[in-house]
Design a protein around this ligand. Structure first.
Ligand code: GUN
Length: 288
């Protein structure tokens, strides 16, 4: 797909191809007597989280992955949640454990994430998995950055020696994204809310990954002509429409390739989650 000079990177199409592969691997596990299973834990009533969790469960079912749905009230304590995580850790039929973030304010998220068995941590948020990524020996790679890397590879974007800018330094997206780009031999800069001269850094970036969480924050005119642009933002406008972190209509005039919102990174995050889950199940089935 092409508009002006930019290729629109089709995350929906690539995610469907990945999900087809996941479904085939699920069948191979089943032939070994293993039914891949993802436990999904949602605490509280956050409407966006409810939508994300529903999409994850629906896509899992489409691939043949069983789900165990655990919905807990916002009043759940850290120790109650830790008890559930321990039960799921010990359940031999559960391959992956997903605790949807953000957790309600009273819960110690770090304690919960560190309690998840790192071999079932299909989100890749456990310190062991983040450490392995840092060492270049990844086990589970966080789903959104993994999806961004797959999009860049599929679009044929060369990373070696390129100047890559990651805008955002979260543990879920920005930091693992920067590691992955570094391992692909890009020269990586991480920008954040205290960065001085963001427009100048964007203008220099041959590869731009925006993970800020503010609609249209990166102006199209800042984008370097010919840059590859990956937009992780999913911002709900007052009109109800979704917008990315990058001003799409203007950026598309300058970029060589760009992800749309919706239909770019979002579907890849879910597909990578299910890919991680079938990796775990394949290990249980003796296939990996
Ligand atoms: N909240 C926002 N993104 C994610 C994600 O990838 N995994 C989980 N568990 N929670 C999230």
């Amino acid at each position: 797909m092409s508009v002006g000079t930019a290729t629109i990177i089709d995350g929906k199409g690539l995610s469907q191809r990945l999900l087809t592969e996941v479904a085939a691997r699920v069948r191979a596990c089943e032939e070994q007597g293993v039914k891949p299973c993802l436990a999904v834990v949602l605490v509280g009533e956050d409407p966006a989280s409810q939508i994300y969790v529903r999409s994850k469960e629906r896509r899992a079912a489409e691939c043949g992955i069983a789900t165990r749905d655990h919905r807990l009230p916002a009043t759940t304590t850290t120790s109650e949640l830790l008890s559930l995580v321990r039960l799921l850790n010990e359940d031999d039929e559960v391959d992956g454990i997903l605790v949807q973030l953000p957790l309600p304010p009273g819960i110690d998220s770090d304690a919960v994430l560190v309690a998840i068995d790192p071999r079932k941590d299909v989100d890749g948020f456990h310190p062991d998995n983040l450490g392995l990524l840092m060492l270049g020996r990844p086990r589970f790679v966080a789903c959104t950055p993994q999806g961004c890397m797959r999009l860049l590879a599929d679009a044929g974007v060369e990373l070696r020696g390129k100047r890559a800018l990651v805008v955002g330094r979260s543990t879920i997206v920005g930091k693992p994204m920067a590691q992955l780009l570094l391992q692909a031999d890009a020269t990586v800069t991480i920008a954040h809310s205290r960065t001085v001269d963001l427009p100048g850094l964007v203008a220099d970036a041959e590869v731009l990954v925006a993970a800020i969480g503010r609609a249209n924050f990166i102006r199209g005119e800042w984008v370097r002509p010919g840059a590859a642009v990956i937009d992780v933002g999913m911002n709900r406008l007052e009109t109800g429409k979704l917008a990315g972190d990058v001003e799409f209509a203007a950026a598309i005039e300058r970029a060589s390739a760009i992800t749309p919102v919706p239909g770019g990174v979002g579907p890849m995050t879910i597909a990578c989650l299910l890919s991680n889950c079938v990796d775990a199940a394949a290990r249980r089935a003796g296939l990996a």
